[in-house]
Design a binder for this molecule. Structure first.
Ligand code: NAD
Length: 359
């Protein structure tokens, strides 16, 4: 007999405006929010769009921030926040990748004002109430509903300029959220549906993008996938895969999206026999025998990262990494087995297809 159904449905989501032309609803969305003094953040890639927005919004824009720094360091953020206070800012609009959204989140948190996000990558941060900042060179994260954007505008055209090499790793990073959400305890059926659709849309979009098919269609699929995968990150508990990446990022500052792409097939290989039903669904979506092989095949096919050795991970540190993870609290379908986590890390370092390992 199968296990009885058990879940908690208590989801958080921004209001989402999705599709070509959605940027044109910016002004009406601001009116709906009733805000009058805007801080407009953009990263380097979005400066031209931000200037157009600024022109369109006129005197509503009181503060422009034209540069962002990865991992939101306090020494960069707090002078900006002090300036926002002097302008009496009542809304943050952030356009750009996860670093831009990340700064917007800390401003929303510190100033206790709403955030409207216009993402241009597949990081998915705009769908979560998770914030991150760097204090005295240490990255800290937390969860607060105040940082969940009130509105997200997904304008697929803004992603056409995202280089394919960034797109594919960013896409695999998004898929990692959805795959791990599927074995989260007490998963809401709605989040499960979002995860499955997110993996499907993202994997199809990635294959079509590198295959040179209709760019508009593939970018639209990728953006839908990133929205759904981001939603799962904000509404489910992540497991061993995210714990490994968080630890590797903290210890060795490995590049975020590439690291996720390289670790994912092996973390799922470790877990999949303990989460057979959900991982079989992933395998089916990826047209593969197992989820881990399907993820590796996808990363390989689209040119995303498949080996930590390419990211200069010092593999001799695998034992120390496993030791750090063993002391962390984590929800994961398979119990933590230090020796096997070391084998997992070594396999992710080598990057060979996760076929025959016995761990
Ligand atoms: P990013 O925002 O740092 O952007 C990467 C690069 O791509 C930048 O140089 C940027 O200017 C450029 N870029 C962005 N959009 C572009 C476009 N459309 N065309 C051309 N270039 C473009 O990277 P990211 O991967 O989007 O975000 C990573 C950050 O987000 C990390 O700090 C990560 O921790 C955080 N994150 C947070 C959450 C959360 O829930 N809090 C979720 C996922 C990621």
């Amino acid at each position: 007999m199968g296990e009885s159904l058990k879940f908690v449905h208590d989801v958080d989501s921004p209001r989402v405006i999705f599709g070509t032309g959605s940027l044109s609803s910016l002004q009406s969305e601001i009116t709906l929010l009733g805000c009058k003094k805007i801080a407009l953040i953009c990263d380097e890639s979005a400066r031209a769009t931000a200037s157009e927005i600024s022109l369109q919004l006129g005197s509503l824009v009181q503060q422009r921030i034209n540069q962002v720094v990865m991992h939101v360091p306090d020494e960069f953020t707090f002078p900006i926040i002090n300036e926002s206070k002097s302008f009496d800012i009542d809304l943050v609009v952030a356009i750009g990748g996860g670093s831009s959204t990340g700064l917007g989140k800390i401003m929303a948190l510190e100033l206790n004002i709403p955030l409207l996000a216009i993402p241009t990558t597949y990081a998915g941060s705009e769908m979560t109430p998770i914030w991150g900042r760097t204090k005295e060179n240490k990255k800290i994260t937390g969860t607060d509903i105040k940082v969940l954007p009130r509105v997200v505008l997904y304008e697929p055209e803004l992603t056409h300029s995202l280089p394919i090499s960034i797109s594919v790793n960013s896409g695999m990073n998004a898929i990692a959220h959805a795959v791990e959400s599927l074995y989260s305890p007490e998963l809401s059926p709605l989040v499960e549906l979002a995860a499955l659709r997110g993996i499907e849309s993202m994997s199809q979009g990635l294959r079509e993008l590198v295959g040179g098919k209709n760019i508009s269609e593939s970018r639209e699929k990728l953006f839908l996938g990133s929205m759904l995968c981001g939603f799962t990150l904000g509404n489910a508990k992540m497991g061993l895969h995210h714990k490994i990446c968080h630890t590797l990022g903290g210890m060795f500052n490995l590049p975020h999206a590439q690291m996720h792409s390289a670790v994912l097939p092996y973390a799922i290989k470790y877990n999949e026999v303990y989460a057979k039903e959900s991982m079989n669904k992933v395998a089916e979506i990826l047209h593969s025998h197992t989820a881990s092989q399907g993820l590796w095949n996808l990363a390989r096919e689209v040119g995303a990262e498949t080996a930590l050795k390419n990211l200069d991970f010092p593999v001799e540190e695998a034992g120390n990494v496993a030791e750090v993870i063993s002391n962390a609290t984590m929800v994961n379908p398979r119990p933590f087995e230090k020796e096997n986590v070391v084998k997992l890390l070594k396999a992710a370092y080598n990057g060979t297809r996760p076929d025959d390992e016995s761990w």
